[in-house]
Design a protein around this ligand. Structure first.
Ligand code: FAD
Length: 320
């Protein structure tokens, strides 16, 4: 058995990820691939398959691709991949790189903390926090730069497989049909593709929690000394991520936005995924917490409730 403390192989820093070089293929060696869904997964699959030399069209159901969402955290296991896809110059412009990560009790006492930068040195890849819109925009830009065709307003409702298994056809809500050598389903948590593959309805599993998600302007926090402390000084070196048990916060967009996620039991009506939340109701749920939380929530003018769902792995699993 290997010992992490004494085994030098475990303690060696992992080198920075290498840039993936694009594979050049002859036309008859190239697959014509349709990806369903231009979310983070679909765009990531597109970049990877384009670098592998294939030809990609992405079908996205929304009429336009716009900047939606709030904060999203990328840990070194995923930033390694983003860097290897050539995204570092584009993404490092949008990322915040928090240093200190603290776990706090609901009254604010520190339970534990770690230095993300030290961990970065160990893993060879950064901790990056983004506004989801910026991460999504960068993936879209890179996919298009590599040659992806992105078609919006294309809701896929069914997939037909050819009898010999050599092709598949995506059927769109307006009746159009698109045939390809391979179809990749990347249509998110309420995936229609997953149901088509399984041949039965397969809704996501509710976790029983919902997240209040909000963005505050950090300039509104600077007037209060205890809230100013959450912003750190100037420069990325002072930025931090804090996990109160039930609340997470971190800074975005060069420290201009303060992202908060607050978890509470799910009380949303059946069928809803995202709803406008009631700010007063949210404040009441957190009124007895660490006094900084009610102060932060007093600055909030509107909030969204996101129902949290998970997807257990497919059984049997699919691999190649
Ligand atoms: C609008 C939005 C905002 C989000 N904001 C955040 C955030 O702020 N922070 C965070 O941590 N996570 C956020 N998420 C979740 C996060 O992006 C996903 O959980 C995660 O990235 C999984 O990626 P995915 O590609 O599987 O799914 P998604 O990123 O959800 O992408 C799925 C895509 O498929 C499209 N689609 C769905 N059905 C069809 C169909 N039948 N035909 C064609 N296209 C279809 C959708 O419009 C969407 O663009 C958000 C997701 C969405 C859709």
């Amino acid at each position: 058995m290997r010992n992490r403390q004494t085994d030098s192989a475990y303690n060696m820093p992992i080198p920075k990820p290498e840039l993936m070089q694009r594979i050049e293929r002859d036309e008859d060696d190239k697959l014509d691939i349709l990806i369903i869904g231009a979310g983070l997964g679909g765009l990531g699959a597109a970049i990877s398959l384009l670098l592998s030399g294939h030809s990609i069209t992405i079908l996205e159901s929304t009429p336009t691709i716009s900047e939606v969402g709030a904060g999203i955290q990328c840990l070194p296991n995923s930033t390694r991949v983003l860097v290897s896809w050539g995204l570092e110059p584009l993404l490092s412009r949008h990322a915040t790189r928090p240093r200190r990560c603290s776990m706090l009790g609901w009254k604010g006492g520190v339970v534990s903390s770690m230095d993300f930068w030290e961990y970065e040195r160990e893993t060879g890849a950064p901790f990056w926090d983004f506004h989801r819109g910026d991460l999504h925009g960068a993936l879209l830009e890179r996919a298009k730069e590599l040659g992806a065709r992105v078609e919006t307003g294309c809701r896929v409702v069914d997939v037909d497989f050819s009898n010999d298994g050599s092709s598949a056809t995506a059927i769109l809500a307006d009746g159009r049909r698109r045939t390809a050598d391979l179809i990749v389903g990347a249509d998110g948590i309420h995936s229609r593709c997953r149901e088509i593959l399984l041949g039965r309805g397969d809704p996501p599993v509710l976790t029983g929690d919902l997240a209040y998600r909000l963005l505050l302007r950090t300039e509104d926090m600077r007037g209060d000394e205890s809230l100013r402390g959450l912003l750190g000084g100037t420069g990325q070196g002072e930025m931090a991520v804090r996990y109160w048990m039930g609340e997470v916060n971190y800074l975005l967009r060069n420290g201009e936005l303060f992202n908060m996620v607050l978890l509470v039991p799910d009380d949303m009506p059946a069928g809803a995924s995202t709803l406008a939340g009631n700010v007063e109701e949210m404040r009441a749920l957190f009124k007895d917490w660490d006094p900084r939380i009610p102060k932060l929530l007093a600055l909030c003018k509107s909030v969204y409730k996101w129902r949290l769902c998970i997807r257990p792995g497919l059984d049997p699993t699919w691999s190649h």
